[in-house]
Ligand binder design. Sequence first.
Ligand code: SF4
Length: 190
Amino acid sequence: MGMSRRQFLQGGALAAAGVALSGKPGEASVDSPEMRTKGAKSSTTICPYCAVGCGLIVHTKNGRIVNIEGDPDHPINQGSLCSKGSSLFQVAVNDRRLQKVMYRAPGSDRFEEKSWDWALDRIAQKMKETRDRTFKATEVNKKDKKEYVVNRTDGMAFFGGAGLDNEECYLWSKFSRAMGVGQLEHQARL
Ligand code: SF4
């Protein structure tokens, strides 16, 4: 059987790829000694980005993450990951990742480092102040001009994210209603 010039070149390129992967002609192997996962401990977890909940395998060496990939045994994603999930290694191992609270005061031109306790207290204080200042027990309806009990604040809005699962969405909406917040949205709907 004859072989065209194109077929000959294609065959040569495949053979070269096999040698590059395995170090031996004709033996492409995923267990190459150069793999960064070789000898690493593997643990399973769930992608934190969205409520699809794809399964991940995290490889660690000496307590440091060396690789993150989709878990082929996970029933949701069966090893596949979207572009966000595929970038998780760069999120976990990244010198530029912020790991502390950075606060810029009103009017300031610089950020300052704060503790998590400080940030949570500040958020709670601001929510309380805003709620107290904007809370309405009743409101006159524009159409029938009658006064109705509303018990709400228009000074705040709550915003959920795709990382919330059903139970977390339930709690988030309950919390917003308890605060009197009527403007509750979800980022996946926008
Ligand atoms: S962000 Fe992507 S990889 Fe992560 S759970 Fe959602 S769909 Fe899966």
